[in-house]
Ligand binder design. Structure first.
Ligand SMILES: Nc1ncnc2c1ncn2[C@@H]1O[C@H](COP(=O)(O)OP(=O)(O)OP(=O)(O)O)[C@@H](O)[C@H]1O
Length: 258
């Protein structure tokens, strides 16, 4: 199942201020869009609005249907969301927490079946969480907890996966394992992926296209090699960087001391 995501003229914010101004974006079925931009530019706000947890003007279309018009079960099957700072039921074990991701797939009795347990088990293996399966979330380290949050979002097997800073707190190996897993889901299930990422080199290596936000407006969009120029990073982030290339031409962003 591959899902097409369109965001049209999205304006959103909080009680006192409008943060996003008329943002439009599109992700092809099975595509990966990386949202980048400096602190406070509106990346998380955009994901919240697309996830439907923050009111907005404009439209979010999933396969041409307004997300706001779907039932909550349909919406949970369409969009999975891992927020940057999730509210965690810290008394739950890792297994029970990740199983919550299966809720939109359970039958009338609400009982999980063998298939649900298999999905959870496989995610715990891929995210190196098997040893923690029976531990309460409260007892995990920051990176272990982050991996549990991502496992729950992945267990949902929604057509669109929204991940807000998924590699925060993860060491380089676990960060790569997570992004590889998301990429595999794209290949195996056709999952459409939107992530915010501060690590621009990782963003360039995994996302097909980038959307650069600055002060809540789109300041650039396109393939990573077009968006990530030293000039754009200097203008938008006030950063001194050298843009290097991997053997296959992907940009590597190296900060340079002044
Ligand atoms: N709940 C809130 N109430 C009021 N203002 C908020 C709220 N959440 C975020 N903001 C403000 O909205 C703006 C955009 O925040 P947002 O979290 O979307 O930025 P971001 O690009 O994800 O930033 P970062 O890179 O620091 O995570 C910021 O100025 C922030 O202070």
């Amino acid at each position: 199942m591959s899902t097409h995501l369109q965001v049209r003229g999205l304006t959103a914010g909080y009680r006192r201020s409008t943060v996003l101004h008329d943002v439009s974006a599109e992700v092809r079925p099975g595509g990966w869009l990386g949202i980048i931009g400096p602190n406070g530019s509106g990346k998380s706000t955009l994901l919240k609005a697309v996830a439907g947890v923050l009111g907005h003007r404009g439209e979010v279309l999933v396969d041409g249907r307004r997300l706001a018009g779907l039932s909550s079960r349909e919406r949970a099957r369409a969009v999975g969301y891992a927020p940057q700072i999730p509210q965690l039921p810290i008394g739950l074990t890792v297994t029970d927490y990740v199983l919550l991701g299966r809720t939109p797939h359970l039958g009338l009795l609400g009982r999980e079946g063998r298939g649900d347990l298999d999905v959870v088990r496989s995610l715990l293996e891929r995210l190196d969480l098997v040893h923690y399966a029976d531990r309460a979330l409260a007892t995990l380290s920051g990176g272990e907890r982050q991996r549990a949050v991502l496992a729950r979002a992945l267990a949902q097997q929604a057509g669109i996966l929204l991940l807000d800073e998924p590699t925060t707190g993860l060491d380089v190996g676990h960060a790569q394992a997570l992004l590889d897993l998301v990429d595999d889901l794209r290949a195996e299930l056709g999952t459409t992926v939107v992530t915010t990422l501060h690590d621009l080199t990782l963003a360039a290596q995994y996302a097909e296209r980038l959307l650069l936000l600055d002060e809540g407006r789109v300041a650039g969009a396109g393939p990573p090699e077009e968006v990530l120029t030293a000039q754009a990073l200097s203008e938008r982030y006030s950063a001194r960087v050298a843009v290097l290339r991997t053997a296959d031409g992907a940009p590597v962003i190296a900060p340079v001391r002044g």
